[in-house]
Design a protein around this ligand. Structure first.
Ligand code: FAD
Length: 543
């Protein structure tokens, strides 16, 4: 083992330069701590990156829309000064239907109502009523995003004061709203939509926006929660239900975060994969890189997912059996893929009005109905690649032409519902099959696409694991189901960023409040570390 040449002891090491690792590093460095970020890849950003997929053509290879990035993080890290620019997606969502109709979900509510009225007057009226209700309920949940979940321990004073804090957040809530909240937390999206809307197309619009990355078809209990999740505010101006195109692709978020972290004094090293966290006797003291270099720190934050952190980097004997059992049980397992393309001409989706400008021609979600989605999940859950896929297409170069070279267009295609574990064969054998099925589906709606493909990059769940370090390809570091949220995230009893190893914290999407490009877990973990740091808990460690 080689010691780090400087033999320096950092106050904190952050494992991983995903957007949450960079957020945490920035807050810690801003508070005066010496911070080193170690990233295994040759670029920062984790699943929030812009990468070249063909000469001169760049794409948001993994995440592709910024919807819930916390306004507080944008402001505190001064991301706009470091080059971050987002423009609202308008429409925020667009679904072309097999009969040739294109339905757009505009940023302006009156415009949405007018669009829905073309399909069903009754549904347009219902939408106004339900939208108000949902926005109000989402506001109750909003504050929990940027604070640790309560400690559910009525035997301690802090437990009681935490419960009081939670209670205060719901001051003024009516009994009707409590029951609505419970049904959104536990009910299924499909049943909610069937109960309230009459038109399949209107239901499909809601579907197209609300179960991404989830394990489970729209009729699975707990899927209604997405309706509230997406109404949390985001973007610089704290808009409820914000959807943003990021100029320069999603990587502009993390490059501005890296600039912020460096500006506060943090060091960032890429090509620095951590093999092990030295946690002898239950205390984190150092990390050991793949090349054997040991770097010491008073505390360590892991931006890697909980399974990768505890099952790969910490010696089994240092962790309580019960904790390990719970970590092994975290549900991950897919269920998404991504196919990114460079095209020689812009895709022409049927039904797109001729007067739409390029930005209005940048989003197309290909899912025709709830039943289609449910069937797609059913096939995937038994380990098969669905023949008929749900594909979400974003033509990034229509929002930001600088992403593509001259005469080129960049389209990213998110695929919802593919298995991580295939029943037969391997993903290495089936990669091209997935790419072909995605192209075939797109051709049903944009027939000019197959002949226009210049390059394509196929990221199966296995590729998401290998390249981006996501265990089982799970884009949220663990499913966002009720049993894995709030005080159960990552596992019951350890939701406040601390871990059974003293001085080791989790700061990524596997921690509360979960996945998506929000910056919230990184922010919250840093606040927890700073509270503990101020109490002087770690001064003697690693000295
Ligand atoms: C295909 C796809 C599409 C998505 N679409 C969207 C979207 O449109 N909008 C949205 O909001 N969210 C989307 N998401 C989800 C979102 O991108 C993630 O939930 C979020 O980026 C996770 O951020 P993170 O910083 O917690 O973790 P990550 O981004 O996973 O970062 C973890 C970092 O740790 C590094 N690391 C891991 N192990 C080690 C080690 N041993 N040593 C050093 N470094 C290590 C990894 O390389 C990585 O850089 C998508 C994700 C994927 C994969």
């Amino acid at each position: 083992m080689t010691k780090d040449t400087s033999s320096r002891v950092y106050d904190a090491i952050v494992i991983g330069a995903g957007h949450n690792g960079l957020t945490a590093a920035s807050y810690l460095a801003r508070a005066g701590m010496s911070v080193l970020v170690l990233e295994r890849r040759d670029i920062v950003g984790g699943c929030c990156v812009t990468e070249e997929i063909a000469p001169g053509c760049r794409a948001s290879t993994t995440s592709y829309i910024a919807s819930m990035l916390r306004p507080e993080v944008i402001r505190d890290l001064r991301l706009a000064e470091h080059g971050l620019r987002m423009v609202p997606c308008d429409p925020a969502l667009q679904v072309p239907f097999p009969d040739g109709q294109l339905v757009s979900w505009w940023a302006d509510r009156e415009r949405v109502v007018a669009e829905l009225r073309k399909i069903s007057v009754k549904d347009a009226e219902t939408f106004v009523r339900i939208d108000d209700q949902l926005k109000k309920l989402a506001r109750y949940l909003q504050p929990f995003f940027l604070e640790p979940p309560p400690e559910v321990d009525t035997g301690s004073l802090s437990g009681w004061s935490d419960l009081l804090r939670v209670g205060k957040r719901f001051r003024g809530i009516s009994s009707g709203e409590i029951s609505q909240l419970v049904s959104f937390l536990t009910g299924s999206l499909g049943e909610f939509l069937d109960r309230n809307y009459e038109s399949e197309k209107v239901k499909t619009l809601f579907l197209a926006n609300n179960v991404y990355g989830k394990h489970g078809g729209p009729y699975q209990p707990g899927t209604a929660l997405g309706l509230l999740f997406h109404l949390l505010s985001g973007g610089e101006h704290e808009l409820q239900g914000f959807y943003g195109h990021v100029m320069g692709g999603m990587g502009a978020i993390t490059s501005s975060m890296a600039a912020a972290a460096r500006g506060f004094g943090a060091e960032i090293r890429t090509n620095a994969s951590v093999a092990q966290i030295d946690s002898r006797n239950g205390v984190a003291r150092a990390v050991i890189l793949e090349d054997g270099t040991e770097i010491r720190a008073r505390l360590v934050l892991s931006n890697a997912d909980p399974k990768r952190t505890f099952l790969k980097m910490v010696a089994e004997k240092e962790l309580p059996g019960e904790f390990l059992h719970a970590v092994r049980g975290i549900k991950m397992d897919g269920p998404c893929a991504k196919v990114n393309m460079v095209l020689a001409e812009e895709p022409r989706f049927t039904g797109t009005p001729a007067h739409y400008d390029p930005q209005q021609r940048s989003l197309f979600t290909l899912v025709p109905s709830l039943e289609f989605a449910e069937r797609c999940y059913d096939v995937a859950k038994f380990g098969e690649i669905p023949d008929q896929l749900w594909v979400d297409c974003v033509i990034g170069s229509n929002a930001d032409p600088s992403l593509a070279g001259p005469g080129r267009h960049v389209m990213t295609c998110f695929v919802q519902y593919v298995p991580y574990k295939l029943r037969q064969g391997t993903w290495d054998d089936n990669r091209e099959l997935l790419g072909d099925r995605v192209v075939r589906k797109i051709a049903e709606y944009a027939p000019n696409v197959p002949a226009a493909i210049v390059a394509r990059q196929i990221l199966t769940p296995l590729d998401l694991e290998r390249t981006y370090g996501l265990t089982e390809g799970n884009i949220f570091h663990g499913d966002l189901t009720l049993e894995q949220l709030f005080f159960n995230r990552p596992v019951a009893g350890w939701s406040r960023y601390r871990t059974p190893i003293r001085g080791l914290y989790l700061c990524g999407a596997g921690a509360h409040p979960g996945g998506g490009v929000t910056g919230a877990p990184g922010h919250n973990a840093a606040q927890q570390v700073l509270r503990d740091w101020k109490k002087g808990k770690f001064r003697e460690v690693a000295a």
